[in-house]
Write a protein that binds this ligand. Structure first.
Ligand SMILES: [Zn+2]
Length: 265
C-alpha cells in the first residue's frame, strides 16, 4: 500500500484549517498513544485486511499529529522570538539604566568641579580683597605734607600726612590687620594703630570717635572711626602715619607707603 505517499500527499495538498477542524477529535488519543504507535497501527491493520475507512481514520490522525507538531513548532518559534524580544528589551533597559547612571555621575562630578572652582575663585577674590589697600579718607587730599617743618610738631617736623577731612568724616583702615592701639594718644588725640599683615603699622589721629578696640581684626576699607580735631590739632583733619615698627620714630613716607600698596593718592 501507499501509506507514506498518501499521507504525505494528503498533508501537503489539503487545507490545514479543514483538517484541523475534522481531526481535533483524534488529538486526545494521539496524545496518549503517540505518533509512532499510530503510524504502526494502520500499517499493521492494512496487512491484516482492515478497511480503507479505518486506514483513512488512522491517516487523518497522522495528519492531525503532524499539524499538531507543526503548531507546537510554531508555538516554540513564537515563544523563542518572544523570549529573544524580552531579553533584548531587558538588555536595552539595563543599558539605558547604566547610561542614565553614568550621566548622573558625570553631572554630579561636573557640579562638584564647578562648586570647587567657584570656591577657589571666592577664596582668591577674598585673598585679593584682603591684600588690597585703600585711602584712609574717601575723595580727600593731602593738606599737610610729610616732614613739613614748623613749631607745631614735638619732633620738629611732621611725622605723617594730614588728609583734609571735615569733622565726622568716615576714617577707613587702609589695609587688613589687627588693631594694636585704640584710645587716647596724647598729642594724637583719639587714635588707632593697626598692625598689618606685612608687619607695617598705620596710625590715625585726632579722631572724634572710634569704632574699633585693641585686638580687632580689620579689613581694607573698614570704618575705624570718625575724624575730628582731638589732641594737638589746628583743626579738623585726619593725621595719618605709616611705620615700619610700633614705636614712635619708625615713621616712613605715608604717601610712598600707600602708593607702594597700589593706592592712588
Ligand atoms: Zn598731622
Amino acid at each position: 500500500m501507499a501509506l507514506g505517499s498518501r499521507a504525505a500527499g494528503k498533508h501537503r495538498g489539503s487545507s490545514r484549517l479543514s483538517r484541523k477542524t475534522a481531526g481535533y477529535a483524534g488529538i486526545a488519543a494521539l496524545a496518549t498513544t503517540g505518533v509512532v504507535g499510530s503510524l504502526a497501527a494502520p500499517a499493521f491493520a492494512a496487512d491484516n485486511g482492515i478497511s480503507n475507512s479505518a486506514q483513512d481514520n488512522a491517516l487523518g490522525a497522522v495528519v492531525v499529529a503532524e499539524d499538531l507538531a507543526g503548531d507546537l513548532q510554531d508555538q516554540a518559534d513564537s515563544q523563542q522570538r518572544a523570549a529573544e524580544h524580552a531579553a533584548a528589551k531587558a538588555q536595552a533597559e539595563a543599558d539605558a539604566k547604566q547610561r542614565a547612571a553614568e550621566a548622573k555621575r558625570a553631572a554630579e562630578a561636573q557640579a562638584k568641579a564647578e562648586r570647587e572652582a567657584a570656591e577657589r575663585a571666592a577664596r582668591e577674590e577674598e585673598r585679593k580683597r584682603l591684600n588690597t589697600f585703600v585711602a584712609p579718607v574717601d575723595g580727600s587730599y593731602v593738606s599737610t605734607q610729610y616732614h613739613a617743618g614748623g613749631g607745631m610738631w614735638s619732633s620738629g617736623s611732621h611725622t605723617g600726612i594730614d588728609f583734609h577731612a571735615a569733622s565726622g568724616t568716615t576714617v577707613h583702615a587702609v589695609g587688613a590687620g589687627t588693631v594694636v592701639e585704640a584710645g587716647w594718644g596724647g598729642a594724637y588725640g583719639n587714635n588707632v594703630v593697626i598692625k598689618h599683615n606685612d608687619g607695617t603699622y598705620t596710625q590715625y589721629g585726632h579722631m572724634n570717635s572710634l569704632n574699633v578696640s585693641v585686638g580687632d581684626q580689620v579689613t581694607p576699607g573698614q570704618q575705624i572711626g570718625l575724624s575730628g580735631s582731638t589732641g594737638n590739632s589746628s583743626g579738623p583733619h585726619l593725621h595719618f602715619e605709616a611705620r615700619t615698627g610700633s614705636q614712635y620714630g619708625s615713621d616712613i613716607d605715608p604717601l610712598a607707603y600707600l602708593r607702594s600698596h597700589g593706592v592712588s593718592v
